[in-house]
Write a protein of this length. Structure first.
Lengths: 575, 165
């Protein structure tokens, strides 16, 4: 047993180093001073990134984790510092992102006594974390850190919170830095029932119109290449979810893009017409199902998920397998045969040709045009980070992705304000690659203060503000379903975003005319002296189509904009 | 208080702060109500045993149990509703009764195998142990007297024979 005289904070930093932590994204405060101090006194190699708001730290860690596949750490103080990361925890939790959130806490003898900057963050965050700890002694630190990283990164990943009272981080550490984990209740599915897989292969072999749906789980398990081999071997068309974008190359001839509310019309048509759906690593999100009672009713449904609690949650499958996506795909590949899908693929091809995503380049400047230009000029190879709203859907539609971990978006939580800090996290994690963040003018202003962080670290992120002066997605719903009664969506009072960028010492571009798109996008991509921002004055009242109104059957998808004034039934589904 | 048709679960957990809160949240998030709850240390003091009665739609319960099972501090979670198990509960009932009704009250108490654990000129406390349904029946009978206070422990459960709870 190794015994070294140090304090809790120093032990914590040593343990984080042992886990291979490269960056800590955070914000200081009274109760975490001992932890910050330990970064100095241990001469730690871990680089600390000071953000401007704790939410930024959480999303930055999230972006780093999504872009690299490695767990990321954020560190904030107690009370409001800790409550400010809750949105970041929810975002990571919903999208299964491995994140370790370290929060300072008041001294332990003051807990529950309304101490200055005390918040019961352990209990407040319980529903939005995979697991959490409230430390009692410094000696628990090594075991806790080891467990936290193990839990965050294995099985179905997620955020783990560790609340650290100040007397613990400042207290004497006399424990074992190599303490073992003690989590008897945590088991990971690391084997596969071969008989199940054979049974599933048998069901697939009978299918005439099979469809594979690949979710985020495929990316997380590193199964993109095995998936491509499987799909090609079976000659089966593949849908990837919004979070699964890149799990299968979107430019592949077997790709049908992403399905659901604003996904491809041909993808949704395929879901309506298939006789078998093999879902690997997607949780049947309500944005994909439309009306869950009518989803793939005639088809044989197979659900493969590492989380047993997902089986039957939304859709009762005919076959299921609780397994890691990669293990399953590799095993299925052994038993799979080439399917007779010629006619089916031909039918899908007809739909692909008939219902492509489209927009008009002439007239007012369109978000789609700008996204499309970025796609072309980066050859689809950039890391794209989106915020939430109309631009997110168009980014999904027009920025095709062939590589996993290259399209980062808050899918489950739909967190506005995700884009800017997550893009910085992605750039920290992959410094040599082009990172573009598409934001609306609404979401950009929620966390836009992190431009300071971008400027400070000279991160060459391209901040693309797709500025329609509206909260466009809500305005679209108000127009289509609420007789165009606009309320609470007009972002009157927006700043001059270019001047704002310049105030941070960041290069700014204005883009107003379709004719300038190519030139300015190219200039932004060529600009490498730190970050740059492009303020794009786009069409104010454009709408995203195709659209499956929430809760409607996929068959009821609206493929193109209905004629003006046409009354649509108000959706009954959730947002 | 009548026992509704409730599912009876046995949950074996790490004996740590927050475990109960996590389990309670998993049920309440889905609109399930915890009807009864007993928590006590297991033979190995590092673990606790919970017996939980929950009411709510049977559809979906199975999925919630899987969500409970996947909590890090939950070792296992079993629905014993349809299993061969022993379920017992204790109740204490304080009724207002003077010499006029005391004879009848004691007769009822005797029928249900109650112990009279407190007796005054104006009241008595009955202690009853048995199946929840037996306690329901007693309560129904004893309600002809004025029930001053009543408390039930909530049920505890063990699987019979060689089966693990």
């Amino acid at each position: 047993m190794e015994k070294i005289v140090m304090d809790g904070g120093q032990a914590l930093i040593k343990c984080l180093e042992a886990e291979g932590v490269e960056y800590i994204f955070g914000y200081s405060g009274g109760s975490v001073i001992p932890v910050f101090d330990a970064l100095v006194t241990t001469n730690s190699k871990i680089k600390f990134v000071l953000v401007r708001h704790e939410q930024g730290a959480a999303h930055m860690a999230d972006g780093y984790a999504r872009a690299t596949g490695k767990p990321a750490v954020c560190l904030v103080t107690s009370g409001p510092g800790a409550t400010n990361i809750i949105t970041g925890l929810l975002t990571a939790h919903m999208d299964c992102v491995p994140m370790i959130a370290l929060t300072g806490q008041s001294v332990s003898w003051m807990l529950g006594k309304d101490a200055f900057q005390e918040a019961d963050i352990f209990n407040i965050t319980m529903p939005v974390v995979k697991h959490s700890y409230l430390l009692k002694t410094a000696n628990e630190i090594p075991r806790t850190i080891r467990e936290a990283f193990h839990i965050a990164t294995t099985g179905r990943p997620g955020p783990v919170l560790i609340d650290i009272p100040k007397d613990v981080s400042a207290g004497v550490f006399t424990g074992d830095l190599h303490a073992e984990m003690d989590i008897p209740g945590y088991t990971i599915t690391d084997s596969i029932a071969v008989e199940h897989v054979k049974e599933i292969a048998g069901a697939i072999s009978k299918s005439k119109r099979p469809l594979l749906l690949a979710g985020h789980g495929v990316t997380i398990s590193g199964a993109s290449e095995p998936l491509r081999r499987l799909a090609e071997k079976m000659n089966i068309p593949v849908l990837t979810t919004l979070l699964g974008k890149g799990a299968f190359p979107e430019t592949h001839e077997l790709s049908l893009g992403w399905p659901g509310m604003h996904g491809t019309a041909y993808g949704n048509k395929a879901l309506c017409a298939c006789d078998l759906l093999l879902n690997i690593g997607s949780r049947f999100d309500d944005r994909i199902l439309g009306d869950p009672n009518c989803f793939c009713r005639e088809a044989t449904v197979i659900h493969v998920d590492i989380d047993p609690a997902e089986i039957g949650k939304m859709i009762q499958p005919d076959y299921h397998c609780v397994a890691d996506a990669k293990l399953f795909i590799e095993e299925l590949t052994k038993h799979a045969e080439r399917l007779e899908t010629g006619d089916w693929l031909e039918q899908l091809d007809t739909w692909k040709k008939k219902y492509p995503f489209k927009f008009k380049r002439a007239g007012s400047l369109k978000m789609q045009h700008i996204i499309d230009e970025f796609y072309k000029l980066t050859a689809g190879k950039a890391i794209v980070v989106t915020d939430v709203g109309q631009h997110q859907m168009w980014a999904g539609q027009f920025y095709k992705t062939d590589h996993p971990n290259n399209f980062l978006s808050s899918g489950g939580a739909g967190t506005m304000g995700f884009g800017v800090p997550a893009a910085l996290g992605a750039q920290f994690g992959r410094p040599d690659e082009t990172v573009i963040t598409f934001c609306g003018d609404g979401g950009f202003q929620m966390t836009g203060f992190e431009l300071a962080t971008a400027a400070l670290y000279k991160l060459p992120v391209k901040f693309v503000v797709l500025n329609n002066h509206y909260l466009g997605m809500v305005r679209q719903w108000q127009e289509l379903f609420y007789d165009d009664r606009k309320i609470g969506v007009d972002l009157e009072g927006n700043p001059d975003f270019v001047k704002l960028a310049e105030a941070y010492g960041i290069k700014g571009f204005n883009l107003r005319r379709p004719g300038d798109v190519k030139r300015i996008v190219k200039a932004a991509l060529d600009y490498n002296d730190g970050p740059c921002l492009i303020n794009c004055e786009v069409e104010k009242t454009d709408n995203v189509f195709p659209m499956v109104p929430a809760g409607k059957r996929l068959e009821e998808m609206i493929i193109e904009a209905p004629r003006a004034g046409k009354k649509l039934e108000r959706p009954t589904g959730s947002t | 208080m009548k026992s509704k048709h409730v599912h009876t679960l046995s949950v074996y957990v790490s004996n740590k702060p927050g475990v109960l809160a996590r389990i309670a949240q998993t049920f309440s998030r889905r609109g399930y109500n915890i009807e009864s709850l007993v928590v006590s240390p297991a033979m190995d003091g590092n673990f606790s045993r919970m017996t939980i009665g929950v009411s709510g739609s049977p559809e979906g319960l199975d999925q919630i149990l899987r969500q409970v099972s996947k909590l890090i501090d939950v070792i296992r979670c079993t629905d014993h509703t349809y299993d061969d198990v022993v379920i017992k509960e204790m109740g204490l009932i304080k009724i207002a009764v003077d010499s006029g009704g005391r004879g009848e009250a004691l007769q009822i108490a005797e029928h249900f195998g109650c112990k009279t654990i407190d007796l005054t000129e104006e009241s008595m406390i009955l202690q009853v142990v048995g199946d929840p349904e037996k306690i329901d029946a007693l309560v129904e009978m004893i309600e002809k007297f004025t029930v001053i206070e009543l408390i039930r422990t909530g049920k505890v459960l063990l699987a019979r024979g060689g089966t693990t709870t």
